[in-house]
Ligand binder design. Structure first.
Ligand SMILES: Nc1ncnc2c1ncn2[C@@H]1O[C@H](COP(=O)(O)OP(=O)(O)OP(=O)(O)O)[C@@H](O)[C@H]1O
Ligand SMILES: [Mg+2]
Length: 361
């Protein structure tokens, strides 16, 4: 073994021994030089008989930036609350930095910075007083807090607001104060629950930039229900739906997987729906065509004497052009034709019903 490898081997063994015997290691060593910071194993959380999270297993290594994507009620917040020790799992285990969140809660929580969905802020305190108070709650001594405060305020770019009452801050700056309290005690793991929800578009851009910067120094788990947001910040995306992980992939591969159909809405005058559908279904790369039964379009269609249809086609195959040519060729009136974006619910539905989209758990 060469001296460099031998050196690493030595460090590894020391760290393994530390985490094994003294239980004081930051993370668990897994494989060569990879430190495991978050580990959930077969974690389920029930509220009474209701399963909010079901059999979730994943791990994050030191430095990972992972997006946790899911629609409302999917189980994102519940999973994060288990990971941060706010609520115990009903089944399975959660480990942070090598510490079990239930049996070694304090040790685990020392390594975690948490930005909850709603940050508990004290509106009648100044930003500085609030952060000092949060530092004391975390067991930081006065010197440590005084040393950290200016650095943290600088990081979240709140120099001009250090003496402002929290209650007078805009939503975006309150969120930054929340981020400041999450990073104050120098945790190596950051867990952020929908950090950009409810803030104005300019602040969203700045907050994403801040999160990206924090991602360079932390292991970061970030929940969102916006795929583009997660794609901008994260290298890996976990998708949760109805309490289960349904995908674990890179943002690019996830987007590719979701773009295997293109949906087109078109309205036609002067032709029975049946005839139009059979014509459309014969066009190459058209997967399906059907009348649009959404209530508002049905009523409008009837009133205007036209048929509104939805067509699913393979993407990037110029299906729209072929459809337009075929309809016009028949002498029918092409009133409108435009692509429809897939709704988030449809995206999740697709991920949960697509055979290719097997879980990696
Ligand atoms: N304390 C609780 N008691 C009972 N049910 C709960 C509780 N907390 C969450 N739930 C339920 O568990 C499910 C998952 O909720 P959770 O808040 O984890 O979802 P989420 O993915 O964070 O959703 P959102 O995007 O709306 O924040 C939901 O059906 C929710 O109603
Ligand atoms: Mg939530």
């Amino acid at each position: 073994m060469n001296p460099v490898d031998a050196g690493f081997r030595f460090i590894e063994e020391v760290l393994v021994l530390r985490s094994g015997f003294v239980d004081a290691g930051a993370g668990q060593i897994r494989g060569k030089y990879q430190v495991q910071m978050i580990k959930l194993e077969h974690m389920s959380k029930y509220f009474g008989a209701y399963p909010a999270v079901i059999d979730v297993t994943f791990e994050m290594l030191k430095g990972d930036i992972v997006g946790f994507l899911g629609p409302n009620g999917a189980g994102k917040t519940t999973t994060m609350r288990v990971l941060t020790g706010f609520t115990p799992p009903t089944e399975g285990t959660a480990t942070v930095a090598g510490y079990d969140i239930v049996s070694h809660s304090l040790d685990a929580r020392r390594h975690i910075g948490y930005l909850p969905e709603t940050v508990p802020l004290y509106l009648d305190m100044t930003v500085t007083d609030y952060l000092r108070y949060m530092g004391r709650l975390r067991g930081m001594n006065t010197t440590w807090v005084s040393d950290r405060l200016p650095k943290v305020i600088e990081m979240v770019k709140m120099g001009d607001y250090r003496d402002t009452l929290v209650g007078k801050l805009s939503k975006g700056y309150r969120q930054r104060t929340g981020i400041a309290q999450a990073i104050l005690h120098e945790p190596d793991v950051l867990i952020m629950d929908e950090p950009t929800i409810g803030i104005d578009p300019v602040q969203v851009v700045e907050t994403r930039q801040l999160i990206r910067e924090l991602g360079q120094e932390h292991t970061l788990l970030l929940s969102s229900h916006i795929l583009p947001e997660v794609s901008m910040i994260c290298k890996r995306v976990l998708v949760i739906h109805e309490g289960r992980i349904v995908a674990d992939d890179t943002p690019t591969r996830l987007s590719d997987r979701l773009q295997h159909t293109e949906r087109i809405e078109l309205a036609i005058r002067g032709a029975p729906a049946r005839d139009v559908i059979s014509l459309l279904r014969d066009i190459p790369n058209v997967i399906d065509a059907r009348t649009d039964v959404r209530a508002e379009t049905a009523i409008r269609s009837e009133r205007d004497g036209r048929t509104t249809l939805l067509v699913d086609a393979k993407p990037n195959t110029l299906a729209s052009e072929r459809i337009a040519a075929a309809v016009v060729g028949k002498g029918w009136g092409l009133v409108s034709l435009h692509p429809l974006p897939m709704s988030l619910e449809e995206i999740f539905l697709e991920l949960t019903t697509d055979e290719d989209a097997g879980t990696k758990n």
